[in-house]
Design a protein around this ligand. Structure first.
Ligand code: FES
Ligand code: FES
Length: 158
C-alpha cells in the first residue's frame, strides 16, 4: 500500500511504485481533473503541485510522491478562491483541455509571487501549452486573481 496526501486528504492505493501519479489520480482515486496530453512531460496538461511546485504527473512515478503533499486542480479552490473566479469572469477556456494544468500552474505562481509581472507570468506558465492559444486571457486572469487577492487582503486588514 502507498499512502498519499492529496488535497489535504490521505489516500491508500495498492499500485506498482513505478506507476505515473497521473494514472493513480485518475484511475484509482477518481480525480480526473489532470489530463493526459503528450505523456512525455512537455505539454503541462497533467500538472499537479508537489509540495507547492508544479510537476508533470504523467512522468512522475507514484513512489516519488508518497511522503509529500500533492495538490490537484480539484484542490485549487480551497487554496485560492480567486483563480477560478478570474478564469470564469474572463471566459478563459476555449476547448478547456489544457486549463486544469494552467490553473494549477497559476496557483503555484501566485503562492510564490502574489503580484506577478507579465514577464513573471510568461516564465512561470511557459511549460503549459494551449493549442487554442488562450495565453492572453490566461495572463489577464492571473493579473485579475492577483488583484482580487490584494483587495481581500486589504479588506481583512492584512
Ligand atoms: Fe504530462 Fe503532457 S501529459 S506533460
Ligand atoms: Fe484548448 Fe487550451 S483551451 S488547449
Amino acid at each position: 500500500m502507498i499512502h498519499l496526501n492529496i488535497n489535504g486528504k490521505i489516500h491508500e492505493v495498492d499500485v506498482p511504485p513505478e506507476m505515473p501519479i497521473l494514472w493513480v489520480l485518475r484511475d484509482f482515486i477518481g480525480l480526473t481533473g489532470a489530463k493526459f496530453g503528450c505523456g512525455l512531460g512537455v505539454c503541462g496538461s497533467c500538472t499537479v503541485l508537489l509540495n507547492g511546485s508544479p510537476i508533470r504527473s504523467c512522468i512522475t512515478p507514484v513512489s516519488l510522491v508518497k511522503d509529500s503533499e500533492l495538490i490537484t486542480v480539484e484542490g485549487v479552490e480551497s487554496e485560492n478562491t480567486n483563480i477560478q473566479k478570474a478564469w470564469e469572469e474572463l471566459n478563459v477556456p476555449q476547448c478547456g483541455f489544457c486549463q486544469p494544468g494552467q490553473v494549477v500552474s497559476a496557483l503555484a505562481l501566485l503562492k510564490k509571487n502574489p503580484k506577478p509581472s507579465d514577464k513573471d507570468i510568461d516564465t512561470a506558465m511557459s511549460g503549459n501549452i494551449c493549442r487554442c492559444g488562450t495565453y492572453v486571457r490566461i495572463r489577464k486572469a492571473i493579473h485579475l486573481a492577483a488583484e482580487m487577492g490584494e483587495e481581500s487582503s486589504k479588506s481583512e486588514g492584512i
